[in-house]
Design a protein around this ligand. Structure first.
Ligand code: DXP
Length: 259
């Protein structure tokens, strides 16, 4: 099916974006990325560059995949931290793309909407192509679009929770308000069926990490998510039926046979 996705002028065939943290081993990460058929991986600059897994091994593996990198500002809690991390990412990966996370709440790892808008404005003005990790709030979406964001990444549920689409009503409203902006469900997906549901609601792509990396078999799970994304998107394009309150016979009857 030729059904490309467009982020800031870049055309992609895969609608599944994948994180690179918490895999049992580099080899499993590489195999899972291949099984997911993703074209975009997100990499946390602060965690990978500053943590024990830093080093040429990890970056070399990412380079070898040949996949497009969407650096992220995971772990940033202030506008200054996020903007500085974005600058480092641009140097390191020679990309204008940045997945912008400004975390405001430690329990939920929820975005700080005020800091997010401020950082998005600064980075968009500097020429970055910003992918903001946000809640599904409509006013927040308006402010981010005003700031210059041309992709939005609403959460499904808190990062790592695996809860699936927590607020279907809010997500539907966001989709309806912005029919022409690519919307990527980012964070909180736990099962392939939830990714499929996101596509059935009309979302353009999904980004996930924990559900694959921490699965019993990450490679098989990556494949399951790839299939679910394709199924959900295909269903959306095929136009699902509207739910009804009352039954409607699925086999219409013409007259009565034995009267
Ligand atoms: C990898 C990354 O960027 C995460 O911050 C992202 O939001 C994914 O969340 P899950 O781990 O819940 O899929």
């Amino acid at each position: 099916m030729n059904d490309p996705l467009n982020f800031y002028g870049v055309t992609l065939q895969s609608r599944l974006l994948v994180g690179t943290s918490q895999y049992p081993s580099p080899a499993i990460l590489a195999d899972a990325l291949a099984a997911s058929k993703t074209e975009v991986v997100t990499v946390s600059l602060r965690r990978e560059a500053g943590g024990s897994r830093a080093g040429e091994g990890f970056w070399g593996l990412i380079r070898e995949t040949g996949l497009r990198v969407l650096p992220n500002t995971a772990g940033c809690r202030t506008v200054k931290e996020a903007v500085t991390t974005a600058h480092m990412a641009r140097e390191l990966f020679a990309t204008k793309w940045i997945k912008l996370e400004v975390i405001g709440d430690d329990d939920l790892l929820a975005p700080d909407p005020f800091g997010l808008v401020e950082a998005a404005r600064i980075l968009c003005d500097e020429g970055f192509e910003v992918f903001p990790y946000m809640t599904e709030d409509l006013l927040l979406a308006d402010r981010l679009v005003e700031a210059g964001c041309r992709v939005l990444m609403p959460w499904a549920a808190p990062i790592g929770s695996g809860r699936g689409l927590n607020n279907v009503f809010g997500l539907r409203a966001l989709r309806a308000r912005y029919p022409d902006i690519p919307l990527v469900i980012d964070a909180g997906l736990g099962a392939p069926s939830q990714a499929s549901q996101a596509f059935e609601l009309g979302f353009d792509a999904v980004l996930l990490n924990t559900a694959i990396a921490k699965a019993g078999d990450p490679v098989a799970m990556a494949r399951a998510f790839a299939l679910a994304c394709e199924a959900g998107r295909t269903a959306y394009k095929a136009l699902t039926i509207e739910p009804r309150d009352m039954a409607e016979p699925s086999t219409p009857v013409l007259g009565r046979a034995f009267t």
